[in-house]
Design a protein around this ligand. Structure first.
Ligand SMILES: C[S@@+](CC[C@H](N)C(=O)[O-])C[C@H]1O[C@@H](n2cnc3c(N)ncnc32)[C@H](O)[C@@H]1O
Length: 206
């Protein structure tokens, strides 16, 4: 595990830092009942979930209008994005999509308790009408070809997709290039030396 003292963690206001800590508290409280994240990952929740999500925010345009996080689970990265946007881009919309009703209830209640704006869609991505996002994210949801299909439907032309991926990311890129054209930047993760963050633009089916 690499350092959790990334620049992203230092450069937030006290209120934002308190909200991030409160999210960690809510995660620990709800996790035994709802299984939001693996029990093992809670030992290092700040790095594994919060800092891991914060680093994605820094890769998006600062003045994004609508960020859609697909398969948000316990709120990673979606709730962290909503917390950071409350300070840095308060007019922006943050939309979380989560089909598991209990997890969606957690997301709704957590956003309210944290005092941040987030819209939760408790339904399957496949049944949503096009979301017109200018930033789309998904962590641990699906392989890259499937994420590209979601992006085709939900990302505006000119938008950016941010997908954190594991050690297998190069193979996933090669597979996705069979079905889609896109530009991709492969960036290192500050929380896991084997992981990468893929930033895709101009995603189009071949
Ligand atoms: C492995 S979890 C990852 C959760 C979170 N993004 C994270 O990284 O901690 C994947 C989540 O996506 C949700 N999910 C899976 N398929 C979905 C779909 N088709 N539509 C909406 N949510 C979906 C699951 O319920 C689950 O909470």
């Amino acid at each position: 595990m690499m350092s959790d003292l990334s620049a992203t963690d230092r450069d937030v206001s006290r209120e934002t830092s308190e909200r991030l800590s409160a999210l960690e508290g809510l995660l620990r409280k709800w996790n035994p009942a709802v299984n939001l994240v693996s029990k093992e990952s809670l030992k290092d929740a700040r790095t594994r979930h919060i800092v891991d999500s914060q680093q994605l925010y820094t890769l998006a345009p600062r003045d994004f209008h609508r960020w859609v996080d697909l398969g948000s689970g316990g709120g990673f990265p979606g709730l962290v994005v909503a917390i950071l946007a409350a300070e840095q881009n308060p007019e922006a919309e943050v939309i979380l999509v989560e089909s598991d009703q209990r997890k969606a209830a957690f997301l709704q209640q957590a956003a309210r308790a944290l005092g941040v704006k987030a819209t939760v869609h408790a339904e399957r991505i496949e049944t949503l009408s096009p979301m017109k996002a200018d930033v789309l994210s998904a962590r641990a949801l699906a392989a890259l070809p499937a994420l590209c299909r979601f992006a085709e439907r939900h990302l505006e032309p000119g938008g950016v997709a941010i997908f954190p991926k594991g050690a297998n990311h190069q193979a996933e890129i090669a597979e996705a290039q069979q079905s889609h054209d896109f530009s991709v930047s492969v960036l290192p993760s500050v929380t896991d030396k084997d992981a990468a963050i893929l930033v895709l633009k101009k995603i189009k089916a071949r």
